[in-house]
Design a protein around this ligand. Structure first.
Ligand code: FO1
Length: 317
């Protein structure tokens, strides 16, 4: 079975890692949000791309989920001592990634080519594609005005109240070469448990994406468990947008795309309501605390996808 997985930050990276462990890597394409990307100290930072790649390579910081394991912070300490911009924490090892990415982008290499080369260097076998080689910054519209994503997320700690999101320039942006082809060839598309508003929606907003997915089974895994986001501001965003945060709200968010929806056993009470919207539900333990949890959830999601792919009526006599 061929799989295209859409992923954003830490939750998405964990399931992407589980999928990479649970299936042949030549059948797995992971498309990663680049709406969080920004420039800092003149360096091009791609947080979600790095989170996914570091996680797949076993290089991620297990405490934060982002950045590198065994990190040191000498460069940031120097910046702080000089009274510089220390609101966004770039570790020494992580800085090497941004330096080399920026050097190559300045030479005219594409983000997708650079990502492919970095993946090879890090021993990542699955195909990892940034959603676009064009810049599509997510702008968060808040009660304090419009904020670039990292200013909202890190500098303002998600405190401003959100009212909407904008993916600047998305209408003119193109998915990177290979994404539409991978979707065309795939058996199923999986939305990883990433923030629907700022991780998955920016990918879906790219020209041609939704159309390419239209006749493919799509299965989403809920990032909301028991009304709370496992990590990040997704639940807070739902509340501020006037929607009660729940697995049901996530299923409704993706309603036009979904064939199947995977959510946690603590939210089992939504089963019949989700089923009544023509979305096939799967209730299971979705919290990924260990690497084994990631693989186990991925195996369950893949089994569920395989069941969805069997045309109804086959085997019924
Ligand atoms: N998130 C934070 O909350 N604080 C940070 O200082 C921070 C630094 C950072 C550096 C590199 C990187 O790849 C990610 C980093 N993140 C940080 C996470 C980043 O803000 C992501 O955009 C979020 O994880 C959303 O997916």
């Amino acid at each position: 079975m061929k799989v295209v997985a859409l992923a954003g930050g830490v939750g998405g990276a964990k399931l992407a890692h589980g999928l990479a462990l649970a299936m042949p890597s030549e059948n797995l394409t992971i498309v990663v949000n680049t709406g969080d990307d920004f420039e800092h100290f003149g360096l091009k930072i791609s947080p979600d791309l790095d989170t996914v790649c570091y996680t797949l390579a076993g290089l991620a910081n297990p405490e934060t989920g982002w950045g590198r394991v065994d990190e040191s912070w000498n460069a940031m300490d120097s910046v702080s001592q000089l009274g510089g911009a220390n609101w966004f924490n770039l570790g020494d090892r992580d800085l090497g990634t941004h330096l080399e990415r920026t050097r190559r982008l300045n030479l005219g290499h594409s983000l997708s080519q650079i990502t492919t080369d970095f993946c090879e260097a890090w021993g990542i076998a699955a195909k990892v594609l940034p959603m676009s080689d064009d810049t599509v910054p997510t702008i968060v519209i808040t009660d304090e005005g419009e904020l670039p994503f990292q200013e909202y997320f890190v500098a303002r700690r998600c405190e401003p109240q959100v009212s909407a999101f904008r993916f600047e320039g998305v209408e003119q942006a193109a998915p990177v070469p290979g994404i539409l082809e991978a979707i065309e060839a795939t058996d199923v598309v999986i939305f990883c448990p990433s923030n629907p508003w700022v991780s998955i929606d920016p990918i879906l907003a790219l020209p041609g994406l939704r159309k390419a997915m239209a006749d493919k089974p799509v299965v989403a895994v809920s990032p909301i468990i028991g009304g709370q986001a496992v990590k990040g501001p997704a639940a807070k965003m739902y509340t501020e947008l006037g929607i009660e945060p729940s697995a049901l709200a996530v299923a409704q968010h993706y309603q036009n795309e979904l064939s199947g929806f995977v959510f946690d056993s603590v939210d089992e009470r939504y089963y019949s309501e989700i089923e009544s919207t023509d979305i096939q539900p799967l209730v299971t333990n979705t919290l990924m605390k260990s690497v084994e949890d990631r693989q186990h959830l991925a195996e369950e999601v893949l089994r569920f996808c395989e069941e969805l792919l069997i045309p109804s009526g086959v085997g019924s006599g």
